[in-house]
Design a protein around this ligand. Structure first.
Ligand SMILES: Cc1ncc(COP(=O)(O)O)c(C=O)c1O
Length: 453
């Protein structure tokens, strides 16, 4: 009991992500154990992890194979400075990674987190143009709903505004934003397919107005999480690819969430059939067993502009102390092996499709279904107050956030926004565990509806 009291008291020494700590400290969620898809807090209460931590723990918690790989690596060498060397395991991991990335994307910069990956990608794009005869190309274009990380450059690319972003302004110059592909509530008020994917075509409109000779890259999440797990029409990707090629603008996919098996393939690039020039991976790369992220570029970009003699001084002028850390690399390698051996991507697809079909049925019955969308093991349900007119719940009602509190009490963790809730359980989740999640979810939503009636 003393330990529990001490932990509960001492949590105030921390600042958690985007948490009002005064409120969190009143009833902190302190996890002491995790196995499979279950987390256990210090009071012994069990939670179903319906969002893989936060789109991270794809192979599930406590995987013995991954733990053993880390232990073995720890005993041999735990740190090698990327400034002057690399570990054998890091090279083996990089080679393995090239076997699952789309073709030509084989040159990898390893780092520790998603924001470092997107920052690296944007810096790489700028330096690439600088060293390939187009030094005026520096602007980065992104979508308004995109989230690309919490550091200043990544935040400048992130499109969501609001008070949370405003407190850090002003942001870096040279970042522009476009309305996203969002068919459920199209920013242009159009319908797919008669819209003729205007959202993609607007990229060209912007490039022409901005002057494409000033634009280095377009960065996009294949499925925007903060937008509400938006699934663009498949043609969107070929259209933006063609526009980028025409204007010599590098296409960056931020696959921090969609990568590593989440959308039914190793990467959303494969799910949608169109490759980027630069791929950013994080979160699921080492499944949360160690901090690990990567920026992967097409070989041709690296070899044409960065590969040279010392005197040319053209290396990628960027680095982080923990990049390619041997422990993280060992974890990443073991994670890929587990996913292959246990065929986790197809398991994730099966369970994801099942969750979507159940949500469709249950939310319709409750009369608040806006849309169920997703791909593979990444699903979202958007609520509406009125199904006929698709009118959203008023922001002031904070519907999804209120549901989140109820779910937590009932032992289910999901990604909850005021207007939508995301499901992204570990890829090891079974159909009966998915049923348990949906059942608790439906109870939580029903209770909240009754409470408000
Ligand atoms: C799409 C996307 N990009 C980048 C990031 C930043 O990753 P990190 O929090 O590891 O820095 C996130 C984090 O949630 C993300 O969802």
């Amino acid at each position: 009991m003393k330990l529990i009291n001490d932990l509960t008291k001492n949590v105030q020494h921390l600042m958690l992500d985007l948490q009002q700590m005064k409120v969190f400290c009143q009833d902190p969620l302190i996890i002491q154990e995790a196995k499979g898809i279950y987390l256990t807090d210090i009071h012994g209460k069990r939670y179903l992890d319906g969002v893989s931590g936060i789109y991270v723990v794809n192979v599930g918690h406590g995987n013995e194979y991954v733990i053993e790989a880390i232990r073995r690596q720890q005993e041999r060498v735990s740190f090698v400075a990327p400034l002057h060397a690399v570990s054998d395991t890091t090279i083996q991991f990089a080679k393995k990674l090239t076997e699952i990335t789309p073709s030509d994307l084989n040159t990898i910069k390893l780092i520790s987190g998603g924001s470092e990956a997107t920052e690296s990608a944007m810096k790489f794009a700028r330096q690439y143009h600088n060293q390939s005869g187009n030094p005026s190309k520096y602007k980065i274009i992104a979508n308004y709903t995109g989230y690309h990380g919490g550091t200043l450059g990544a935040m400048s690319a992130s499109g969501l505004g609001g008070p949370r972003k405003a407190v850090f302004g002003p942001f870096l110059p040279g970042f522009e934003h476009l309305p996203p592909p969002s068919c459920f509530q199209c920013p242009y008020n159009l319908q797919y397919p008669s819209c003729n994917i205007l959202c993609a075509k607007m990229l060209e409109y912007m490039l022409e107005r901005e002057g494409s000779e000033s634009v280095a890259a377009f960065i996009v999440e294949p499925m925007s999480n903060t937008g509400g797990i938006l699934v663009p029409p498949t043609e969107y990707f070929q259209e933006i690819r063609d526009i980028c090629d025409k204007h010599n603008v590098l296409l960056i996919y931020d696959e921090i969430i969609t990568g590593m098996g989440r959308t039914g393939n190793w990467f959303a690039a494969q799910t949608f059939g169109v490759d980027p020039d630069i791929l950013c991976i994080g979160k699921g790369l080492a499944s949360g067993y160690a901090p690990l992220a990567g920026m992967i570029v097409k070989d041709q970009l690296h070899f044409s502009a960065f590969w040279g003699d010392e005197s040319e001084n053209i290396n990628f002028a960027h680095g982080h102390t923990f990049g390619g850390n041997p422990i993280s690399a060992a974890a990443g390698l073991a994670v890929i092996e587990v996913m292959e051996k246990e065929k986790l991507i197809s398991q994730g697809v099966k369970v994801g499709e099942y969750i979507r079909s159940q949500l469709q049925k249950e939310m319709t019955a409750l009369g608040i279904l806006g849309e169920v969308r997703g791909r593979g093991a990444l699903s979202c349900v958007e609520f509406v107050e009125d199904m006929e007119s698709k009118r959203s719940f008023p922001n002031s009602r904070n519907f999804g956030k209120r549901v989140e509190k109820r779910l937590l009490k009932k032992g289910l963790i999901l990604r909850c926004d005021p207007h939508w809730i995301g499901f992204a359980p570990p890829l090891i989740t079974t159909i009966s565990q998915a049923d348990e999640m949906v059942k608790i979810f439906v109870e939580g939503v029903s209770d909240e509806l009754k409470n408000a009636a």
